[in-house]
Design a protein around this ligand. Structure first.
Ligand code: MN
Length: 308
């Protein structure tokens, strides 16, 4: 193998991650879901955010079905390539659509999805449907890597609205593409070149609708992932918390090291294992995270105190 080819297959050695979801200040239920899936042996790492919609638990069902489907594809497909994500989102579309057709109480449910896969190449994969976003912060400059499939997103692209106007527009909730609302769905897929030091952020519109890109970039660039996730959720809640808020962050700490041998001992010794001691989990079950519930309770008390 040539040196260049060798380098092109070098995995990301350190990806420090954090993620959380919060019901917000207004909604009674959290219809967002997220997942984080790691395969240390194959050097793959997937982050996913889904923002469900539809009454009577429909949104929760749609977003969770989508996270579960992507997880199933992630665990059953081998190899570094991320093209399985597109197939997984098509499969999720079929499953959510069929379930909605079969259960009148779930009729019309759907969900957004944004997924990012880091694999053994210097390119990461991003797939998305709807207005959940992926941002990249590099050298102090943050850009949105995904186009919002939304009414206001279209107007912004045509220059008829500014991003700030879009955030408060009456149609800001209307999305043009969703998983599960039609028999077929168009999934946007792209690959992006990854560099050491890059900070990636996936979020639902409960974050991006409450904070400007500059405000998000300030936090993303100045705090470690765990702290940044908490700060961003706190800020979105302080700004009103009108929607469920979900944030996932992945920081590329080292890249381009020699290809790993695949021995588990190497993985255990990596800085990723020390900076993120918790087991690889899909942090979907809100109730399973007591500290998150406690933080939400404190935020609610603070909001009540501020408003009284
Ligand atoms: Mn939302």
């Amino acid at each position: 193998m040539s040196e260049a080819a060798e380098r092109s297959r070098s995995p990301i050695e350190v990806l420090e991650t954090a993620g959380a979801t919060d019901v917000g200040q207004v909604r009674m239920a959290n219809q967002d879901a997220f997942g984080e899936f790691r395969d240390e042996e194959q050097g793959r790492h997937l982050l996913l955010v889904a923002d469900g919609m539809g009454g009577h638990r429909g949104g929760e069902v749609a977003s969770q079905m989508t996270v579960d489907t992507v997880r199933d594809y992630f665990t059953s497909r081998s190899g570094p390539a991320g093209d399985f994500i597109e197939a997984a989102l098509h499969e999720a579309n079929t499953m959510v659509f069929d379930r909605a057709a079969a259960d009148g109480q779930l009729a019309g449910m759907g969900t957004t999805a944004v997924a990012m896969l880091f694999d053994q190449t210097p390119e990461a994969w991003i797939a998305h449907v709807g207005d959940s976003r992926c941002y990249r912060l590099r050298d102090g400059v943050m850009i949105q890597l995904t186009d919002d499939h939304s009414v206001v997103g279209e107007l912004v692209r045509r220059g008829q609205l500014t991003p700030d106007e879009a955030r408060v527009h009456p149609q800001s909730n209307e999305i043009l593409r969703a998983i599960g609302t039609q028999p077929e769905v168009l999934v946007d897929v792209q690959t992006v070149a990854v560099q050491a030091g890059d900070r990636y952020l996936l979020c639902s519109d409960g974050l991006s609708g409450m904070m400007t890109d500059d405000e998000i970039a300030d936090v993303l660039g100045s705090q470690a992932p765990e702290e940044a996730v908490r700060t961003l959720i706190d800020r979105a809640n302080l700004a009103g918390g009108t929607d469920n808020i979900t944030v996932q962050i992945g920081v590329v700490g080292a890249f381009g090291a020699p290809a790993r041998t695949g021995r588990p001992a190497d993985v255990q010794a990596s800085p990723a294992a020390t900076t993120r001691p918790s087991p690889p989990t899909e942090k979907i079950d809100f109730g399973a995270l007591p500290w998150l519930a406690a933080a939400a309770a404190i935020a609610l008390i603070a909001a009540w105190w501020l408003s009284s």
